[in-house]
Design a protein around this ligand. Structure first.
Ligand SMILES: Cc1cc2nc3c(=O)[nH]c(=O)nc-3n(C[C@H](O)[C@H](O)[C@H](O)COP(=O)(O)O)c2cc1C
Ligand SMILES: CC(C)CC(=O)C(=O)O
Length: 363
């Protein structure tokens, strides 16, 4: 029998993945307040079921920025999938393809964009803004040629958060795993392991452009015909600026609690962002989603799609492409079930009326 929920897949993954890699994946920044809050906040919302609605079929497919998807549950960008599986991102892409799910590939993928494209499935490419703009431009060109459908620029990481687990472990990218889409000399620091510091944070300090402002977005826009998505928006103010700067979509995210510790839980930021942007601008969401019920809550609060991070790596660690497919299908099936029992069989029916604030009496 397959896993009935993600908890079983998580514990199987934990048993397989080496401790320092597990800490890198699971960890947050600082006291991990935001990491914990991303999960806890889902308890503060409850669903409002309607009855006597024809729910004989639920429709979970949609077209998002020109990309056809069979499910509103996609994969958040995560670096270095080969940390947990020999094949890495090509297996992830296969699993996502079978589920008809969006795979947002990290710029720090450990397989080439071209191999990922060959594995099939709907895909977008995530970017950090490197000081080396020529490297960025080259990546954008390759992404277009390889059929990536949008660019997702992550804007919440001018520096890497203080990830104490990684600092204690002296975590660095193992020597046999590489961000193969970037030149080796650009990535050298990420492999430097030293107790008390994180190779990943050191690398970002060296290579990420910390001078980046809204005014620079035009440079990227001018280089691509692909839709541009900003990931890491948590306030109405920034959502409005994103719209003013012609962005095509935003992802409400606090980077899974890995960046600013103490930042607002992702789900708490979602309503103000949704309210601040025109109805037609897609708002995506990530942070702490571990079930179809939680996906339904985020969709009802206005997300057009929900991205899932860590659970996909659990699936990959446990079962490669099959494990990724299993994780995505499990959440999708739970969502389908939730929509039926909610009396809201189409994604468009999942509106603000489907959910209510319900301050938990034990809080
Ligand atoms: C191991 C790992 C690597 C990540 N790498 C990236 C990355 O390269 N770029 C990025 O924008 N976000 C990255 N993230 C953040 C995810 O895109 C996402 O915001 C977060 O994991 C969502 O929360 P969840 O894991 O609770 O679902 C990473 C997250 C993890 C766990
Ligand atoms: C290589 C890292 C900078 C990837 C990342 O964004 C993360 O670990 O959260």
């Amino acid at each position: 029998m397959g896993a009935l929920d993600l908890a079983g897949i998580e514990s199987a993954a934990r048993a397989r993945v080496p401790r320092d890699i597990w800490d890198f994946i699971e960890g947050g920044s600082g006291a991990e307040r935001t990491l914990a809050a991303n999960r806890k906040i889902f308890e503060r919302f409850a669903l409002r079921p309607r009855v006597l609605v024809d729910v004989s079929t639920c429709e979970l497919g949609q077209t998002l920025l020109g990309t056809r998807l069979d499910t509103p549950i996609g994969i958040a960008p995560m670096a270095y999938h080969r940390l947990v599986d020999e094949e890495g991102e090509t297996a992830t892409a296969q699993g996502a393809g079978r589920a008809g799910a969006l795979f947002v590939t990290s710029m720090f993928a450990s397989r080439t964009l071209e191999d990922i494209a060959k594995a099939g499935g709907p895909r977008w490419l995530h970017l950090y803004w490197l000081r080396d703009r020529a490297a960025l431009a080259a990546l954008v060109e390759r992404a277009e040629a390889a059929g990536f459908g949008a660019l997702v620029l992550t804007v919440d990481a001018p520096r890497i958060g203080r990830r104490l687990r990684d600092q204690r472990n002296g975590f660095a990218v193992p020597p046999h795993i590489h961000a193969v889409n970037l030149d080796a000399d650009l990535m050298a620091t990420s492999h430097r392991s030293e107790k008390g510091s994180s190779g990943i944070a050191e690398h970002a300090r060296e290579q990420f452009d910390t001078t980046l402002t809204w005014a620079d977005l035009g440079w990227l826009r001018a280089r691509t015909r692909l839709p541009l998505v900003l990931k890491g928006i948590l306030t109405a103010e920034d959502a409005r600026l994103a719209v003013e700067h012609g962005v095509d979509a935003v992802v409400v995210s606090n980077h899974g609690g890995r960046q600013l510790d103490g930042a607002i839980p992702s789900l708490a930021a979602l309503p103000e962002v949704v309210e601040a942007v025109p109805a037609e601008l897609p708002v995506l969401f990530d942070g702490g989603v571990r079930s179809g019920t939680e996906a339904a809550i985020a969709l009802a609060l206005g997300a057009r799609a929900v991205l899932v991070g860590r659970p996909v790596l659990w699936g990959l660690a446990v079962g490669g492409a099959d494990g990724v497919h299993q994780v995505l299908d499990l959440i999708r099936d739970e969502l389908d079930h939730t929509m039926a029992l909610l009396g809201r069989p189409r994604l468009a029916d999942l509106d603000r009326g489907a959910v209510t604030d319900w301050p938990c009496p034990t809080d």
